[in-house]
Design a protein around this ligand. Structure first.
Ligand SMILES: Cc1cc2nc3c(=O)[nH]c(=O)nc-3n(C[C@H](O)[C@H](O)[C@H](O)COP(=O)(O)OP(=O)(O)OC[C@H]3O[C@@H](n4cnc5c(N)ncnc54)[C@H](O)[C@@H]3O)c2cc1C
Length: 559
């Protein structure tokens, strides 16, 4: 008979849960990992991720002549977080900010070595994500910090899956797959176990939605429980319920950047057991979402990771204002799209790019979209990146994607773009005029157009010049064509708030006291403290947040 009593129960077999389990089993603790999905889904979202990791002042940065420091990174973090809930003894942001400081120190200190010790290795590439809102004291990364793991997401989740499987073999870890936790069991004020539903077997492949048919109940006991159940991005009802006021109204249609199991149910379960949930209105959704032509989960969306050159137009064909430039300010752009009365009734915007931009500047987020890096083989990467034309995954989208149109002239392109919306909202002459104005700015290595300035600026960074930013050119230069129009949707991804925890990942109650026996980590805990990012992320901070908070939870629960 399967055992029912353990030293610790971990809810969720995503990255945060597996890291916590690794810390526990390394200390000889007996652990139950309870997971609503089947064994094919070990590693959760991290498996699908791009494997981007935020590090500060690393050898990879220095090799690319990036000068970074803890001070600069901390200033960037604070200017991005914009914490405004710090007042009062028990303020929502108090622990998030403390977590942020500890996390940035780790990213500038022991993180790289810890990654290496745990089998996570970095490629030499350092991307410049979230380039910011244009202000020195505003949101954004002053310098490139987005390091990419060999193997992308699989290179981050894989080592911890292996550790869990090894601990299982050694009898220290028991998986309860297709077990959904519906309740935390409390005895005399302390959490002492979990109760829930045994779901019917389902052999769905990784990421594919599985059934929710109930087959029975279960209960497990342990003196400590770690909630590592992820965020809410797969549950549009919850996203709408907690949609931030500052972002206007949620779009009437969104596409989904995470598997369906990122359902957020467990957050309310934790709240019922006394956990304090904070900053639920802080979220991180992208505006450069495209519908996957080859979907795995329902409404499967892929995020374009754009370089700085694509021309971005709103639904009625006006070029987007600063800071709404590709890859600069995720939430600033979402805010603009949702709050400008002229466009907030529409759910989409547009990129217009040349084929030359597409070839050098387009990356797609996700392990399955970057098979060369995901393979972990340097040879594959060199072969794929030196090949002419757009990367295969991008070319596949141009050929099969429902959001892509290709044409040689603006007239033809806009006519095709207008077929992708219910009514023809774009005027070819107006679009052409704006592009011609922009193209007139390309004659010199300087410009009065802010976006053109950012292209020149980016090419002063060696990494961008070599691999990421196409040489400045006119959009209407036939040699750079054909033109490509891309319809962009809002893609749901991450929750930035969640269960409030102290620096040992202990869950706090409404009075700021630890709930005995209860810990939380990863996205469920707002990546630490109930909101380590404040309002804005610097990117690559989510996987790292799972590693950091999962490690803390495992260590603390081990005692
Ligand atoms: C395509 C993609 C690209 C990304 N790229 C990056 C990147 O480059 N860099 C970065 O930093 N971040 C990235 N992220 C974000 C990052 O991957 C996630 O935020 C992180 O992996 C979340 O891990 P987690 O362990 O907290 O939660 P999850 O991975 O969501 O795991 C939670 C697990 O808990 C289970 N669960 C939930 N509720 C219950 C319950 N009641 N009972 C039992 N089980 C339950 C779920 O089924 C799930 O398996 C990306 C995400 C995606 C999807």
């Amino acid at each position: 008979m399967t055992e029912r009593t353990f030293d610790t129960i971990v809810v969720g077999a995503g990255l945060a849960g597996l890291v916590a389990a690794a810390e526990l089993t390394a200390r000889g603790r007996r652990v139950a990992v309870v997971e609503q999905e089947n064994r094919a889904n070990l590693g959760g979202q991290a498996h699908w991720s791009f494997g981007g990791l935020f590090l500060v002042d690393s050898p990879e940065q220095r090799r690319l002549r990036v000068r970074d420091s803890l001070e600069l990174a901390w200033a960037d973090w604070c200017n991005s977080a914009q914490w405004d809930r710090l007042d009062g003894e028990n303020a929502e942001d108090t622990w998030g900010r403390a977590w942020a400081r500890a996390y940035v120190e780790w990213a500038a200190g022991g993180k790289r070595e810890w990654l290496r010790e745990n089998g996570i290795n970095l490629t030499p590439m350092v991307g410049w994500a979230e380039r910011g809102d244009g202000r020195a004291d505003g949101h954004g990364n002053s310098v490139p910090r987005f390091h990419i793991a060999w193997g992308t997401g699989t290179g981050v989740s894989g080592p911890f899956i292996e550790k869990a499987l090894d601990a299982e073999k050694r009898g220290l870890l028991t998986f309860f797959h297709r077990h959904r936790v519906d309740e935390l069991v409390t005895t005399s004020g302390a959490v002492t176990g979990v109760r829930g539903t045994v779901l019917a077997p389902d052999d769905a492949e990784r990421g594919v939605a599985s059934n929710r048919d109930a087959e029975g109940d279960f209960e497990l006991e342990a003196p400590s429980v770690i909630v590592a159940s992820g965020g809410i991005g797969g549950n549009h009802d919850l996203v709408r319920r907690w949609w931030p006021e500052s972002l206007g109204t949620p779009p009437s249609s969104m596409i989904t950047g995470v598997p369906e199991y990122v359902d957020g149910r467990m957050l309310d379960v934790a709240e019922s057991a006394g956990a304090r949930l904070v900053n639920r209105d802080r979220m991180w959704h992208y505006t450069e979402g495209i519908r996957n032509w080859n979907p795995v989960w329902p409404q499967h969306a892929i995020r374009i990771l754009p370089g700085p050159s694509p021309l971005w137009f709103d639904a009625i064909g006006r070029r987007m204002p600063q800071p709404c430039l590709p890859g600069f300010d995720t939430l600033g752009t979402l805010r603009h799209l949702r709050t400008d009365p002229a466009i907030s009734a529409f759910d989409h915007s547009w990129f217009i790019v040349t084929s030359k931009m597409l070839e050098k500047e387009f990356a797609l987020s996700g392990s399955e979209q970057n098979l060369d890096l995901t393979s972990g083989s340097r040879k594959e990467v060199v072969k794929a990146r030196l090949a002419s034309g757009a990367p295969k995954a991008v070319a596949d989208f141009v050929e099969h994607g429902a959001d892509f149109v290709v044409a040689d002239t603006i007239d033809e392109l806009v006519a095709k773009m207008n077929t992708l919306t219910d009514e023809p909202l774009l005027d070819a002459d107006a679009v052409r005029t704006q592009i011609e104005e922009r193209d007139r700015q390309m004659g010199n290595p300087y410009s009065k157009d802010v976006q053109v300035m950012t292209i020149h600026n980016a090419r002063n960074y060696l990494g961008d010049k070599l691999a990421r930013v196409s040489s400045p050119h006119r959009v209407l230069d036939p040699k750079a064509g054909p033109l490509v129009g891309i319809k962009l949707h809002v893609l749901t991804r991450k929750s930035l708030g969640g269960i409030q925890t102290d620096l040992q990942s202990r869950v706090l109650d409404a009075d700021g006291n630890a709930v005995p026996g209860l810990f939380a980590a990863g996205e469920a805990a707002g990546f630490g403290g109930g909101g380590v990012h404040g309002y804005n992320a610097l990117e690559g901070t989510f996987l790292g947040g799972c590693l950091f908070s999962g490690r803390a939870a495992g260590q603390a629960a081990a005692g």
